[in-house]
Ligand binder design. Structure first.
Ligand code: AMP
Ligand code: GLY
Length: 429
């Protein structure tokens, strides 16, 4: 143990708890820190009270503590340039540079890159003024359109509009009322795609692409994919929708040309490349790129990964993914059900005591990943909108769902709620 590696995970959500939990299982790791972490990462690792975008203090901490490897969870830290700062300080870190993170940080950047790389995506136009955007909407035949704020908007910058009026309203909110701040200074307006969504994540070292097993998120708040958009109310892995043939197509037509185009632009991409994909009648098309693990997709995906995650990440950081043995997966599917605070994704209260965590911890093949939690006077209390991700393995997807909801039933707090239909889509695929 004494000679094991010291690892730092940046972030505080369910994805970061899953990363801490998985990395702590590596026989090569002696200690996992999480900054700032939550009540769950404090159990599986040790929390450090530094914010995820406080690049200066994080760099200082990693230097002083001689951290061997840092893994970045949230996009905000990447876009803030944490990878560049760590590398400058001679520290090993897993994630793309600030410039390469523009793939997620700017929708205009991502769409232009896709156009150049011939990657299938929705047709679009970008605008720097509200007048030109509104003129464009008014001139078009009325049809569903998607209006996207260019920059990071905590998952809220995308509005799917069924008619012209809604699209104009969305442009006004972004560009005139500045509800997303500077992120709305430019907008992308694109055609609305129809189909099923899937999340394709791959570990990339700049050259070699190692896809992870597939997963599917549930972005809408309520059952049957109704209600407002959220950060994700649950996920399952694998996604039966994505056949081997479809995956090969996605690798060849989407992942490879994207990494190649970034390379050609001098932006070596090292990290997680996450393609949010709509499987349409015309084939898979990219909805968005992210440059990090998905949340909640990471929870079921990492629960199924048998390979030591440390080996995978180290190989990526060292540019040696071509030498990595093929990833080994638990054949059993996993389902993650997010339990949320009353009011989420709108405003919600914090500080509610969570009961039943010990009971849930006793269930076999169930892991409760914490997201918006903190410890207060020795008790675990709610501290966010998405509070827990109850994740379970099962003999099949229906069994994994059953096990996850068994875990959910153990846990209570005032106003706790969750979707009841997580993974049902897998059986329709
Ligand atoms: P994004 O943040 O770009 O992933 O968008 C959030 C969600 O909006 C996606 O997961 C989709 O459900 C939806 N969305 C984004 N772009 C489109 C599109 N062109 N057509 C239909 N739905 C979309
Ligand atoms: N689950 C969606 C995301 O991580 O962006």
């Amino acid at each position: 143990m004494a000679d094991g590696l010291k690892v730092l995970v940046i972030g505080q959500g369910g994805r970061e708890h899953a990363l801490v939990w998985k990395l702590a299982q590596s026989p090569k790791v002696s200690q996992v820190f999480c900054a700032p972490g939550n009540a769950g990462t404090a159990i599986d690792g040790a929390n450090i009270d530094i914010g995820a975008t406080d690049v200066e203090r994080l760099t200082k901490f990693a230097t002083t503590e001689k951290i061997d490897l840092t893994v970045v969870g949230p996009e905000a830290s990447l876009v803030a340039g944490i990878v560049d700062a760590f590398e400058e300080a001679g520290l090993k870190i897993f994630g793309p540079s600030q410039e390469a993170s523009q793939l997620e940080g700017s929708k205009v950047f991502a769409k232009e890159l896709m156009r150049r790389a011939n990657v299938p995506t929705a047709d679009y136009q970008s605008f720097t003024t509200a007048e030109s955007a509104i003129h464009y909407i008014e001139e078009r035949e009325e049809c569903p359109l998607v209006v996207k704020a260019d920059g990071l908007a905590a998952g809220k910058g995308v509005t799917v509009c069924t008619n012209r009026e809604e699209a104009i309203q969305a442009v006004r909110e972004a560009m005139v009322d500045s509800v997303f701040g500077e992120a709305g200074n430019q907008v992308v307006i694109e055609e609305c795609l129809v189909g099923q969504e899937t999340s394709i994540l791959a570990i990339v070292d700049g050259n070699t692409i190692v896809p992870l097993d597939t997963s599917q998120d549930h972005k809408a708040a309520h059952d049957g994919d109704t209600g407002p958009n959220t950060g994700g109310m649950g996920a399952y892995s694998p996604a039966p929708l994505v056949t081997g043939e479809l995956m090969d197509h996605i690798i060849e037509k989407i992942l490879v040309p994207t990494v190649h185009c970034l390379n050609t632009d001098g932006l070596r991409f090292r990290g997680v490349l996450y393609a949010g994909i709509m499987v349409t009648n015309q084939g898979p098309k990219v909805l968005e790129f992210n440059v990090r693990f998905g949340d909640p997709e990471a929870q079921p995906v990492l629960m199924r990964l048998k390979t030591d995650l440390l080996d995978v990440i180290q190989a990526a950081v060292d540019g040696k993914l071509d030498q990595l043995e093929p990833l080994v997966w638990d054949e059993r599917p996993a389902v993650c059900v997010v339990m949320a605070s009353q009011g989420y994704p709108g405003s919600y209260t914090k500080g509610n005591a969570i009961r039943g965590l010990d009971e849930a911890a006793e269930l076999a093949d169930v892991k409760v990943f914490h997201a918006g939690t903190e410890t207060h006077d020795g008790k675990v209390v709610t501290n966010g909108g998405r509070v827990l991700g109850v994740t379970a393995l099962g003999t099949n997807i229906a069994d994994a769902k059953l096990q996850a909801y068994r875990g959910v039933k153990c846990i209570r707090w005032d106003g706790a709620w969750c979707r009841k239909d997580i993974s049902d889509k897998a059986r329709e695929a």
